[in-house]
Write a new protein. Structure first.
Length: 325
């Protein structure tokens, strides 16, 4: 009988590190992890000024680790030191709450002003075949590139990236190249004066409706493989301690397609979340644990991340697991 083997790996008395320093980080000029604020983490200190947007949970369910935009008047303006580049890469995570009405769009990121800007956008222009996530780039006051549409699942977070040089503009969805547009030998246009904003265009319209996180701008062109590396490096659970596992407050083991949760004390309302390698929640369960609790799951082979917490569990229990036949 086919069985799934759950291999649990964890580090005690330290942090679980699920990120890596990537070789192209030296050309990073804007980095907004949005962990409690809108501060830029690079040497350029392009800190954000928040206009109405509110801190919210990120794609891992961590509180105050992303920003939520109401689609009406919320946006984040940030300084523009070093952001006007002939070659660039934009990267961010976003989730929409709705699809724009016809001939409208939600701006996730915009660099520029009237007469020219560079964008990542969720657009709805069906008459022009522009529907879904994409990028848009202006040159000499005119859009030289047509938005590439990719709707994806609007109930999920998506990683979005655009890369531009004077030959082409590329758009990526969840680490994969979705389309290529010619840049026609022109340089990107940033308008009369540059305004940099997350969640709106020029800080005045096409307001975003949903959540945005982990905004990055590079002054270099990332390759297809580097975009995939960037996506993979940001799909894992954030750093967390495993003291709860060490003290046997909650021990998770497996057999077949089931998890067995054991505790050395009574745990109330234990909330268990399982995330896939893309950072999307694929399973959720809440239950009391007096001694042990068996949980049946039916998940495909691959890497998963378990997040368990309770009001009387001293720290959350987070484990990286691999399901295999």
């Amino acid at each position: 009988m086919e069985k799934l083997l759950l291999v649990v790996t964890f580090v005690l008395n330290s942090l679980l590190i699920f990120c890596q320093i990537l070789p192209f980080e030296d050309c990073l000029i804007v980095d907004f992890p949005f962990n409690g604020n809108a501060n830029d983490q690079t040497q350029y200190v392009n800190h954000g000024i928040v206009h109405g947007a509110t801190l919210t949970t990120d794609r891992f369910g961590t509180a105050a680790s992303a920003y939520e935009f109401d689609g009406k008047d919320d946006w984040i303006e940030f300084d523009t030191t070093g952001v006007r580049n002939e070659i660039y890469t934009f990267s961010l995570w976003a989730k929409t709450y709705s699809i724009p009405v016809a001939t409208h769009g939600y701006i996730a990121l915009s660099i520029g002003q009237n007469g020219g800007d560079q964008q990542i956008i969720f657009t709805f222009y069906p008459a022009f075949g522009q529907v879904g996530w994409g990028c848009s780039s202006y040159s000499n006051g005119f859009p030289t590139d047509t938005t590439i549409g990719a709707i994806g699942d609007t109930s999920l977070w998506h990683h979005l990236a655009s890369v531009r040089n004077n030959i082409y503009t590329k758009f990526y969805l969840d680490g994969q190249l979705f389309g290529v547009m010619p840049s026609k030998g022109t340089l990107p246009d940033y308008g009369a004066s540059t305004i940099a904003s997350v969640g709106s265009r020029w800080g005045g319209y096409q307001f975003f409706h949903g959540k945005i996180d982990d905004v990055k701008i590079y002054k270099c062109e990332l390759s297809d493989s580097q975009i995939l590396d960037l996506y993979n490096s940001s799909t894992n659970l954030p750093n967390s301690t495993t003291e709860g596992v060490e003290r046997d407050e909650l021990v998770i083991s497996s057999f077949g397609r089931s998890l067995l949760l054991k505790s050395n004390k009574q745990l109330k309302d234990v909330h268990l979340e399982v995330y896939n390698s893309s950072g999307f929640k694929v399973f959720e369960k809440q239950n009391d644990i007096d001694d042990e609790f068996e949980l049946s799951m039916n998940l495909s082979e691959g890497m998963y991340f378990i997040n368990a917490f309770s009001i009387n569990l001293s720290v959350p229990v987070r484990k990286k697991v691999y399901l295999s036949h």
